[in-house]
Structures are given as C-alpha cells and as structure tokens.
Design a protein around this ligand. Structure first.
Ligand SMILES: [Zn+2]
Length: 134
C-alpha cells in the first residue's frame, strides 16, 4: 500500500486516488474466534501540499467472520472506517511520517482497523443468545 509521493510530485500529479487490497494479519481481529473474511479494502485520495506534506483521506472496509458472541452461530460484520491524516517527511511527534519519497499506508490502515474493530459479533442485532430447552 504505497504512494510514490516523490514520483507523483515530479509528474505534477498533486491530486489523485488510490485503491489497495491488504491481506491483514488475523491478530488485528481482537474478537475471540473471529478472523478476516477477505482482504481489507482501502480506497481514497491524496493531495500533495506544501513542503511535501500529503493529505490522505481514505475509506477502509473490512469484514470479520466468526461466531456470534451470544449464541455461537456463524456471524459476520462488515465495518467501514476512515483515515484522514496528513503525512509529514519530518516527525512532529504525533503525525504519520514517510521517508524516501514513498508513503506506506500499512501502519495507518492497521491503526484504523484496530480503532474500528467491533467488540463482538452478532448473528443478528436482537440475537437472544443460546436458547436452552426447559
Ligand atoms: Zn446469535
């Protein structure tokens, strides 16, 4: 998931869009017994600003599959979250940075996934849980 800022800047492509598929590690899924159903999709736009600062806005969409936390039947959740960050060439202590003219979005995408990870999976919103026979 790389954006070649130096090259784009030389080509005067100061604005543009990108789309990446990312095979994320299942250790990003903090829900018990769940994993990614498919590659994480990141689609967005960049804008190269002064001093080679780069504004990145993207939607990150992932699907988690596993077991319903209440009834243990199969369950799935699709989550879309956003990245809205300015990447700098020099570290200011809080922004993302990039080196050698190339932005690697992996860290920002992983952070976005972790922030948006649901706490549980439900097979349906009103799942009553395991129903025991009396
Ligand atoms: Zn359920």
């Amino acid at each position: 998931m790389e954006i070649e800022v130096k090259k784009l800047n030389q080509q005067k492509k100061y604005n543009g869009t990108f789309s990446f598929l990312y095979e994320a590690d299942d250790d990003l899924v903090t829900i018990p017994f769940a994993k990614f159903a498919e590659a994480v999709k990141t689609e967005g736009a960049y804008e190269i600003l002064e001093d080679l600062k780069v504004h990145i806005q993207a939607n990150v969409t992932f699907t988690v599959t596993g077991l319903c936390t209440r009834c243990m039947e199969p369950a799935e959740a699709q989550v879309t979250t956003t990245i809205d960050e300015v990447f700098l060439t020099q570290d200011d202590g809080e922004s993302y940075t990039y080196q050698k003219g190339v932005i690697d979005l992996t860290e920002a995408v992983r952070d976005a996934i972790l922030d948006a990870m649901p706490f549980k999976l439900l097979c349906r919103e009103d799942c009553p849980g395991i129903e025991y026979d009396e």
